[in-house]
Design a protein around this ligand. Structure first.
Ligand code: NAD
Length: 436
């Protein structure tokens, strides 16, 4: 099948590459000339484990190409995916200007029947808006389908190639047939393609992300309580997670959720609810809890230094919003950096993949280290914001040698409290007793 993917970011590039991997001819379209040039030359533009190998293979075998030109990119495509940004607008609702802008442009160039698929996360009713935007200039046949994406950055290729489920919102038999054919290779082990109407599909994506964000914020509140009541959140987590109804996953407390999805999607669902006269109270609380949690470590650090952060220098391990990605959108680490700089402290940071993105934002207001140990040089304490695997079993002796104080503030609960205590560290984490 010939496929076009409009928007070649984290979702578009993975989508395009994975569809090419199953034998389709895929053209990815992006307005960013530099991105398209790099990709056309075989240079991958995001860090995503496993992606580069299949990207290069499909590029070489001529099943994947890139262009900035929408008209030539969609030529002969049976399905056009829109994987465009839907950032929060000023009022918190999803800004549809990219999606509807491209839909209008499509209306000017379509000539034959095509399936246009909303892959972006979009509010309920967007499929109808996309339909209307295309129809402004095109009166031939087409269908608009909602096919929200559930991949997770860091494991995106696996998630895309072996999805738990594929959600397809369409009431058109013709579109259903195309989508069934396209996704057949991805669901051979029996995971379902769930067909539903467009509105239900659109809401499914927001409900899924909002539920997961709720689970995280719930656990962060339990952790807050543990700190005040002298309970250990690791034990509580294990205790409740072994109940099948609750499940083990997404119960790890930390310094809040970030990324380009949870924060904006929870906010957008609250906004959509408000627009139809419903106050989604749980999600309002989820957002409040997350805001508070992002800076949870800062007062602990401040207290350790007698309330004075000015002039202190901190090592920060982890910048990406989660491990195995270079994505720093809404990363808790950035909130910590802002708070520390504002208090007059300085920061030396290390992240295996995300430093270039942070440097583009902060320039030389933050120092970037060659490796995790260089970041510790002359630092007053170590702060941890992302649970990269390589931070889990560090050389504690090197940490002791480099840090001015044996103090670690861990926003991701990487270490065993007793083990670190034995090494003589002042160690504070989330929802567990500090070792002093
Ligand atoms: P992104 O910012 O990484 O990529 C979007 C791309 O669209 C960029 O390369 C940008 O240059 C391009 N673009 C913007 N306007 C364009 C235009 N007019 N024509 C062509 N290209 C254009 O965004 P993303 O993270 O891939 O997210 C895309 C959508 O998918 C969002 O709605 C997001 O909520 C959703 N989503 C994201 C994830 C994730 O993990 N990142 C997961 C599921 C769903």
């Amino acid at each position: 099948m010939k496929i076009a993917v409009v928007g070649t970011g984290y979702v578009g590039l993975v989508t395009g590459t994975c569809f090419a991997e199953t034998g389709n001819y895929v053209t990815c379209i992006d307005i960013d000339h530099r991105k398209v040039e790099k990709l056309s030359n075989g240079q991958i533009t995001i860090y995503e484990p496993g992606l580069e190998k299949i990207f290069l293979r499909n590029l070489k075998e001529g099943r994947l190409d890139f262009t900035t030109d929408l008209a030539s990119g969609i030529k002969d495509a049976a399905i056009i995916f829109l994987a465009l940004p839907t950032p929060p607008g000023e009022d918190g609702s999803a800004d549809l200007k990219y999606v509807l802008g491209v839909a209008r442009d499509l209306g000017k160039i379509l000539t034959d029947y095509v399936v246009v698929v909303d892959k972006s996360t979009v509010p309920v009713g967007t499929a109808e808006k996309v339909h209307a935007a295309i129809s402004e200039n095109y009166n031939g046949p087409f269908d608009v389908v909602s096919n929200p994406e559930f991949l997770r950055e860091g494991v995106a290729v696996d998630d895309f190639m072996k999805p738990d489920r594929v959600v397809v919102g369409t009431r058109s038999e013709r579109a259903r047939k195309s989508m069934t054919e396209l996704y057949a290779p991805f669901v051979r082990s029996g995971n379902p393609v769930i067909f539903m109407d467009e509105r239900s599909a659109e809401l499914t994506k927001y409900a899924a992300n909002s539920f997961l964000a709720t689970k995280i914020s719930f656990m962060n509140e339990v952790a807050q309580l543990c700190e005040r009541l002298g309970a250990d959140v690791d034990m509580v987590r294990r205790g409740i997670g072994s109940d099948d109804r609750i499940g083990k996953r997404f119960l790890f407390p930390g310094i809040g959720y970030g990324g380009s999805c949870f924060p904006k999607d929870v906010q957008a669902l609250v906004k959509s609810s408000g627009e139809v006269g419903y106050e989604f109270k749980i999600l309002e609380a989820v957002m409040d809890v997350n805001e508070r949690q992002k800076l949870h470590l800062i007062p602990k650090v401040s207290q350790y230094f007698g309330g004075e952060l000015a002039g202190k220098h901190f090592a920060l391990w982890g910048l990406a919003f989660k491990p195995n990605t270079d994505d720093i959108r809404e990363a808790p680490a950035l909130y910590m950096i802002d708070a520390l700089l504002e208090a007059g402290a300085t920061v030396s940071a290390f992240d295996p993949e995300a430093m270039a993105n942070v440097k583009a934002l902060y320039g030389d207001r933050v120092k970037f280290a060659e490796n995790q140990y260089d970041a510790l040089e002359s630092a007053d304490a170590l702060l941890i914001a992302t649970e990269w695997n390589e931070f889990r079993t560090p050389d504690f002796m090197r940490i002791v040698k480099s840090l001015k104080n044996k103090a670690i503030f861990d926003g991701r609960n990487l270490f065993d409290v007793d083990a670190v205590k034995e090494l003589g560290f002042h160690y504070e984490s989330i929802g567990r007793a500090p070792s002093k």
